[in-house]
Design a protein around this ligand. Structure first.
Ligand code: BG6
Ligand code: MG
Length: 218
């Protein structure tokens, strides 16, 4: 029986995956690294510094910068990203997600957050959803990022639930891989070919309801 939900944030609860993408795209342009949809999708769910490394590698520039310079580039991206986050309101919650969270809470499911983002508490505050997530995995505490299972394992531990009683909710292939490796049930939101490894896929957040999940679980 499912008793808990471990949520990703960016691209699942809110449309910040677009803001992350835009901020990385800007940085890639300034470094002369060609941007592509493939690169953009590969960055979903990936930590700030790992994302920067992927971008530099895509341009064959991974050895062109010192660690201090890389940290500066990541800070530059984050400054641009945070400026956009600070404009957010509850209107930026993706369709159906507020109703889904309310339904989960009303029915006594436990919730935790497994976002790779160090900005997650700030984003939740802007969306006025902080109350729903008193339990947040601190990404600074992780040894490995997604697709390693660590963040989802910690998300279930925060709920004191065994992995197989939790559904992990993700928009990224790296995140679905992490949920599966943690032994949780994986719910992917987005392109079914990209998220083919998930136990169930919904094309859109508006379709994610307990009824529809029950149907897919069979
Ligand atoms: C993930 C996003 O949730 O968080 C990534 O999908 C992002 O795009 C990562 O790079 C880290 O976010 P932040 O806010 O700590 O730079
Ligand atoms: Mg995501």
């Amino acid at each position: 029986d499912i008793k808990g939900f471990v949520f990703d944030l960016d691209g699942v609860i809110t449309d910040t995956s677009i803001l992350h993408g835009t901020a990385w795209h800007q940085l890639a342009d300034s470094l002369g690294v060609a941007w592509s949809d493939e690169l953009a999708n590969g960055l979903k769910g990936i930590s700030r510094m790992d994302s920067l490394e992927m971008i530099l590698k895509a341009g064959g520039k991974e050895n062109d910068y010192t660690q201090a310079e890389k940290e500066q580039l990541a800070t530059q991206k984050n400054t641009n990203y945070v400026a956009e986050v600070d404009k957010m309101t509850p209107a930026n919650i993706l369709p159906g997600m507020k109703a889904f969270l309310d339904d989960l809470r009303a029915k006594g499911y436990q919730l935790s957050l497994a976002s790779a983002s160090k900005n997650a508490p700030r984003v939740l505050g802007k969306l006025q959803l902080a109350d729903y997530f008193p339990k947040i995995v601190d990404p600074a505490s992780l040894t490995h990022g997604k697709p390693d299972p660590e963040i989802y394992t910690k998300g279930a531990e925060l709920l004191n639930l065994p992995a197989n009683q939790c559904i992990g909710v993700e928009d990224a292939a790296a995140g679905v891989a992490a949920i599966n490796a943690a032994g949780e049930v994986s719910l992917g939101i987005g392109d079914a070919t990209e998220l083919g490894a998930a136990d169930m896929v919904f094309a859109d957040t508006a379709e994610v309801t307990l009824d529809n999940i029950a149907k897919k679980l069979g």
